[in-house]
Ligand binder design. Structure first.
Ligand code: ACO
Length: 451
């Protein structure tokens, strides 16, 4: 099989948001902390009407409808999520309700979990399946989704919610590069969810940023080494048209691109440095491991990479800025944002890298090529047009006051384990086609309906 990649995509964003500007006032923090300091403008959230099963189902059902997918043509369905509502039963099994009623039950795959990395792991499993001896010629679907909520405090404005569904198969317009995935995995307690009685994580904010940037250094350098083996002319960021990152909040992504430039600077032959990186030679002796919170260095490389950021990364942050962290779906929301920022003609032949990070920790940098041949061109056009419909929904959302958002969080918190339970969240405000929770019975079985 050739050109295995993404054939179609769909993103689901909840119909309500809270404005970060208003949240700053409500939380009593300095004006600009969330909007400028974190780089966020709006945060999407769900009431108790939605859960991980329903948001993944909403994205999946739309992907199937819009692309007229024959359910018997799907041989694998995988979910990546860290929003756990059951310690045994996977979200994938709930998604099977759609397939099973058509008698389509010969479908491999279950859920994968490790913080924000599960979507990428599910995607890699799926690509590997299509390229393997187990493949039976059918297509596959990957769903990455999460409801990211934090307890009251500094992490709360970095929440969000959403789900992305991707159709995977051969002869795709977005093709995964082979043999160059670069991973860094190790143990860290930066962000984790050991309290099974609570929906909220334990977070060591500063450590999580350090772990993220360290993982980026490791993955980026290994990725460059692997790329150079395939193409000796590969020059890091300069050879890439785009660089996409998992986005916990947009400011960290801008800092990450600056970090990539710092790596290019360190990797540059000393006699070339002054020419390529004018005025930065005072950082020649700086070590990666000692500079994660070096203000001066960060400022200098942020300034150096400003135009690179505008060109290669900023277009990928539209959804992240307007929805917030969607955990496993965050990087793939970045991909959607990047694709809709350009026309199919502008995208043909482009290459971009993606950095996936999940606390705990698991991370990978990999790359995608936009296929050059004409048949891929029309598929690409269809894919992008369909994403424009999704994005239009962002402007149709309801702006909810911080107090009502906080009340809604309180209801989620108090009822995380209540059974039987009937959600109180409004059905009227949901977008057409949204799945929602009708009730949880005394055996904790959940029933859903579709609007
Ligand atoms: N105007 C402009 N900027 C401001 C203002 C203001 N009035 N006030 C503060 N800022 C800036 C700060 O200088 C800081 O910028 P810097 O990072 O360049 O120093 C930024 O706003 C944030 O302020 P802090 O005081 O650092 O914020 P705090 O420590 O309270 O919380 C944090 C930030 C740690 C990111 C928190 O939101 C958190 O824990 N989030 C969840 C964890 C997370 O997302 N980690 C990232 C990787 S792991 C993952 O994906 C989950």
């Amino acid at each position: 099989v050739e050109n295995v990649g993404i054939l179609a995509m769909e993103i689901y964003i909840p119909s309500q948001y809270v404005a970060q500007e208003e949240l700053e006032k409500f939380d009593g923090v300095d004006t600009g902390k969330y909007t400028i300091g974190l780089g966020q403008s709006k945060m999407g959230f769900c009431s108790d009407r939605e859960d991980i099963n329903s948001i993944c189902m909403t994205a999946l059902h739309r992907l199937i409808e819009k692309n007229n997918i024959n359910l018997h043509d799907i041989g694998r369905l995988e979910v990546g999520t860290e929003t756990i509502i059951d310690k045994s039963k996977s979200v994938k099994t709930f998604l099977m309700t759609l397939f099973a009623k058509e008698g389509a039950t010969d479908i491999e795959g279950i859920d994968t979990t490790n913080a924000c990395y599960g979507g990428t792991a599910a995607l890699f499993n799926t690509i590997n399946w299509v390229e393997s001896s187990s493949w039976d010629g059918r297509k596959a679907i990957v769903v990455a989704g999460d409801i990211a909520v934090y307890g009251k405090g500094p992490a709360r404005p970095t929440g969000g919610a959403g789900a992305v569904a991707m159709l995977i198969g051969p002869d795709a317009p977005l093709v995964f590069d082979c043999g160059v995935r670069a991973s860094y995995m190790t143990h860290a307690y930066d962000f984790y969810k050991p309290d099974l009685a609570s929906e909220f994580p334990y977070v060591d904010g500063k450590l999580s940023i350090q772990c993220y940037l360290n993982a980026l250094d490791k993955c980026y350098n290994l990725f460059c080494d692997k790329m150079k083996k395939v193409n000796p002319d590969f020059k890091g960021l300069l050879s890439l048209d785009g660089m996409l990152f998992h986005s916990p909040y947009c400011k960290l992504v801008q800092k990450s691109l600056a970090r990539v430039s710092f790596n290019d600077f360190l990797n540059c032959a000393e006699d070339e440095r002054e020419k390529q990186f004018p005025g930065l030679s005072q950082f020649s002796k700086h070590q990666r491991s000692e500079t994660y919170f070096d203000r001066e260095l960060e400022k200098a490389f942020m300034a150096y990479s400003k135009d690179l950021f505008e060109e290669k990364t900023k277009p990928s942050l539209y959804i992240a800025r307007n929805v917030g962290n969607m955990y496993t779906a965050s990087l793939y929301g970045g991909l959607v944002s990047y694709l809709i920022s350009k026309s199919p003609e502008q995208l043909i032949g482009k290459k971009f890298a993606l950095f996936s990070y999940g606390s705990g920790l698991a991370s990978t940098m990999y790359s995608v090529n936009i296929c050059n041949d004409m048949s891929a061109g029309s598929k690409l056009e269809k894919l992008i047009n369909s994403l424009h419909d999704n994005i239009a929904m962002l402007d149709k959302r309801i702006n909810v006051e911080p107090q009502a958002f906080s009340d809604s969080m309180q209801i989620r918190t108090e009822n995380y384990h209540t059974a039987p339970y009937e959600p109180s969240g409004s059905i009227d405000i949901l977008f057409p086609g949204t799945y929602y929770l009708v009730k949880i019975d005394d055996q904790r079985r959940r029933t859903y309906d579709r609007k």
